[in-house]
Design a protein around this ligand. Structure first.
Ligand SMILES: [Zn+2]
Ligand SMILES: [Zn+2]
Length: 367
């Protein structure tokens, strides 16, 4: 553990230093110890200390808190175990982020969550039923590798905005009939971020982020349907100044099937059967959602009969089990009879006493 050091000591200023003195001390030290400039392997640690000390001491509120509670050798002597504990108190746990890829927080108030991103994904009917893993290619704003997201040219660092003193707001007093009104508005110089970047990074032009292609691995669960949206948290645009990344929303477009109509987890289909299959009975094998299914046609099946194949529908997204497959049997009357077939059918009609000219009665339909 690093020995506890006083934040004023880190910046080499006295406890009574003015804001200006603190800012100047920080700028000199930051240039000297920025890891991209300094060859010293300890520079990164040192730079983090400097940046952390500056973040606290340049903020009047934080400085006051630090003066009261924070200094190990200071008046209150709160006795922190190490510097990171002090930083943790001020930066809410994530500390002054490391360099490179991981957590990193910029000046107060500057950290902002990345924007959400949305893509459409076209998947097949079968993939929607059984789920799939798929990589989607997206373009998203990623933390700039040149400046590591702070927007400043390597060797330089953002400074507290000179217009608002780093607060991000400008206050103005206005006299009115009610007395003096204090109003505050976001600082227009720094856009409310409290920071100014004197030397902007040439890669990202100071934004701290660059647009990059990326592959995102998606796990699409079984049983999704057309129009559903999946959220992949943290796969959207990178945050600003160490803020968390946004989310990626994947809008699913499921291709319709030629064989099935889907209603929730159940599937509906029609099977054409011949008059002899309907009359004599048959076992008809068809491609199902998954492998082949055999549909048993009872002898004497009327057209419109529905056969239910239990558990041959779509898996349930939420719970176990699957929907059913309902097949409506449709008896097709042949129109392309050969001479011989026609003769056989005529013989059948004669055997059954079914004359071409006949009398019969109507019956009321049943629904
Ligand atoms: Zn950059
Ligand atoms: Zn400002």
């Amino acid at each position: 553990m690093a020995p506890v050091r006083d934040l004023y000591e880190i910046l080499g200023v006295g406890r009574d230093a003015t804001d200006d003195e603190i800012r100047r001390a920080y700028r000199v030290l930051a240039r000297e110890h920025h890891p991209d400039v300094s060859g010293d392997p300890a520079a990164e640690e040192r730079f983090k200390e400097i940046a952390g000390a500056y973040e606290i001491l340049s903020d009047p509120d934080k400085r006051a808190r630090y003066d009261t509670f924070g200094a190990a050798n200071g008046p209150a002597g709160a006795g922190f175990a190490d510097l990171s504990e002090i930083f943790e108190m001020f930066f809410g746990g994530s500390g002054i982020g490391g360099f490179g890829t991981t957590r990193r927080r910029g000046a107060r108030g500057r950290a902002r969550r990345g924007e959400d991103l949305a893509v459409r994904l076209h998947i097949s009917f079968g993939d929607a039923a059984f789920g799939l893993r798929r990589d989607v290619q997206i373009e998203r704003l990623t933390v700039c590798e040149t400046c590591l997201g702070n927007g400043a040219q390597p060797g330089t660092a953002p400074i507290a905005c000179r217009t608002c003193g780093g607060i991000g707001e400008v206050q103005s007093a206005r006299r009115s009939v009610f007395g003096t009104l204090m109003t505050s508005a976001p600082c227009s110089t720094c856009d409310g971020t409290g920071q100014e970047i004197p030397d902007k990074c040439e890669t990202c032009f100071g934004s701290g982020r660059v647009r990059m292609p990326a592959d995102v691995a998606l796990e699409i669960p079984a049983g999704v349907s057309d129009g559903m949206e999946l959220r992949v948290s943290g796969s959207g645009h990178a945050g600003v100044a160490g803020g968390p990344a946004g989310d990626l929303y994947v809008h699913l477009e499921v291709e319709p099937s030629d064989s099935f109509e889907r209603r929730s987890q159940d599937l509906y289909a029609v099977l054409d059967i011949t008059i002899t299959q309907a009359t004599l009975g048959a076992d008809v094998t068809v491609p199902g959602l998954e492998g082949h299914e055999t549909i048993h046609v009872e002898p004497g099946t009327p057209s419109g009969t529905v056969v239910r194949l239990k558990g041959k529908g779509v898996p349930n997204l939420q719970r176990r089990g699957r929907g059913d497959l309902f097949v409506t049997l449709h008896v097709v009357t042949p129109t392309d009879l050969s001479k011989q077939e026609r003769k056989l059918l005529q013989q059948l009609a004669e055997l059954r006493g079914e004359a071409k000219t006949a009398e019969a009665t109507l019956r009321r339909p049943e629904y």
